[in-house]
Design a protein. Structure first.
Length: 230
């Protein structure tokens, strides 16, 4: 790993008047009190706005619910961490010794926060136009690949709407177990619906992901047993 923020900025095609902003954007709270948390807060807000604005322009016929779900497919921890990896941000993160030893430079939460912090730093240093240009460049391929025709709602939403359409009770989700260390946990959630006595379990790195996984399995089971289409 290398702690050369200016080198990273040049590699990303960015020019900062204040190099300290770049260093702060890459500094995790485990390394210093002057860390990237405030910049991450700012970058998160700007990122959400820029993506929302672009989706509003691209999908003129989409309602608020569809636009929100489309944005969620682009702006989430996993997606941001993947972009951060493509940019090799992990090689430039400034971490405390504990995070270094535990592989923090590979962790989705730390990578995604650093990317958002870098966006916040760019906003402060170069202004909104430069920030918008860079964000749209980062997400160009993903945005281009989006299609309303092919887009699907998430499994929990599809399962819930399927039950509502049939006048049935809403799905119930029960957390069955949580294992692992705080930074590397695995959740198991059980999904139950009134159509069948059988339940489906899903696993994920968060409760939300485990719920989505269990809902996906339940949708598949209902499609197989009852021919339900969602």
């Amino acid at each position: 790993m290398t702690h050369e923020p200016e080198k990273l900025a040049r590699k990303l095609g960015l020019r900062f008047s204040d190099p300290d902003l770049v260093r702060r954007a890459l500094t995790h709270r485990s390394a210093a009190a002057d860390n990237n948390e405030r910049l991450e807060f700012l970058g998160d807000s700007v990122l959400g706005f820029v993506i929302a604005e672009r989706l509003y322009q691209k999908f003129s016929g989409a309602d608020e619910g569809v636009l929100s779900r489309l944005r969620a497919t682009l702006v989430n921890q996993t997606a941001l961490a993947n972009i951060a990896r493509q940019l090799h941000l992990g090689d430039h993160l400034i971490l405390g010794s504990g995070e270094l030893k535990s592989g923090g430079y590979r962790r989705d939460s730390i990578l995604s926060d650093a990317l958002e912090a870098l966006i916040g730093a760019l906003l402060l240093d170069q202004g909104m136009d430069a920030c918008r240009t860079w964000i749209l460049k980062l997400f160009a391929e993903q945005i281009e690949g989006l299609s309303i025709r092919d887009w699907k709602k998430d499994p929990k939403t599809r399962l819930q709407e399927s039950m509502q359409a049939r006048g049935l009770q809403l799905p119930m989700y029960t957390l069955r177990s949580v294992v692992g260390q705080p930074h590397d946990q695995s959740f198991v959630v059980e999904c139950r619906v009134s159509l069948t006595e059988e339940t489906c379990e899903g696993r994920g790195s968060s409760r939300k992901r485990a719920e989505q996984a269990s809902a996906e399995k339940m949708l598949a089971k209902l499609a197989e047993e009852f021919g339900l289409k969602t």
